[in-house]
Design a protein around this ligand. Sequence first.
Ligand code: HSE
Length: 440
Amino acid sequence: MKALKIGILGLGTVGAGVFNVLNRNQDEIIRRTGRGIEVVMVCRRNVAAAQEIVGNSVPVVADPSALINHPEIDVIVELMGGDTLSKELVLAAIANGKHIVTANKALLAVHGTEIFAAANAKGVIVAFEAAVAGGIPIIKSLREGLSANRIEWVAGIINGTTNFILSEMREKGLDFAVVLKEAQRLGYAEADPTFDVEGVDAAHKLTLMSSIAFGVPVQFSKAFIQGISELTATDINYAEVLGYRIKLLGITKRTSKGIELRVHPCLVPSKRLIANVEGAMNAVMVCGDAVGTTLHYGKGAGSEPTGSAVIADLIDIARLSDATPAQRVPFLAFQSQHLSDFPVLSMDEVVTSYYLRIRVADQPGVLANIASIFAKHNISIDALRQREADEVCGEGANQTDLVVLTHDCNEGQMKMALEQIQALPTVLDKVILIRKEELA
Ligand code: HSE
């Protein structure tokens, strides 16, 4: 059978991984698919840099249209990133009848609806295993392996940079800014780390998982996004003492009112496996009504791990390109005419539990006042900890930290309670709020 012919747009770290693994494992791939996968052409603005990766074996061009319009190329592998030029090129390739494999979460989280519609109209495949959690086959698991289930929730550590930073902060007791610098020095964090540390990268990935889990359109603009740049070693340490670790989680849940779609730092019980995912590793928990809770763990980035996901998509296309669109797995796991308009909930409607750290004057009635505000808003306290003022603020201090864990409540209620607590004259600093999930 004739080889599947591909063109790679953007030959950087991931492209090199794809190229190397394809070369190394070509025989194994042919054993699996009955046909080879052949790189016909690659495109990179810096042609010499690309030639260092592919040698003389494959033509390298600087002009992407040479690939998009190449009559022999069946599949465009888009590894450029960004969501402007990449969108233009992907739509042009689809219009030319080419299948797409992409690692570009921003592109699909923001423009997925338009891209999937164009691909459906043209009868071509858009595959994106590499866009979420790198080498972990979470898209295939959600879309195929767990397809018998009504998915209840998905929660994941889906950004390695932030997980590395949080692990270092916890292990070494260092603050965010110090660890970020070290992460940049070691190459774990980008020179401009905003997308990673402010949770945007995780929200792109979560948006895609949410669509596949619940059969809803991609709705990145409705995601709640909070990163880790405000976290302190103090809260990481308090959480540890209370039996929790703080992780940047992407959480999407089905509730009776709609879908939660949120990325934020989160306390997770230390005894959960996911709480022990350290360094740059990723992990995703999926809860389905039939299967219960599953955990998917592995490398969320890197040349060959991400290349592994890209090639898995290419193998699917090698097997399925001759099938009719109706015989293929739908892009968002559900038939496009059955996507639901179930709403994404605002944060005020989200129900979760909380960790609060309140810097208070150490005098009579302070705790009672705070407790009565919680009671008035129907918020139940789960645990409370107050250390001696001397221990927190030094000898003779007359202020201390009150750390409160709550049971589940509505975030809107919590906001109202916090406004009143914050206004108390005995509350001396901005109250720290971190959400908490038991993930049971
Ligand atoms: N920058 C991402 C991370 C990998 O740190 O996990 C690519 O999405």
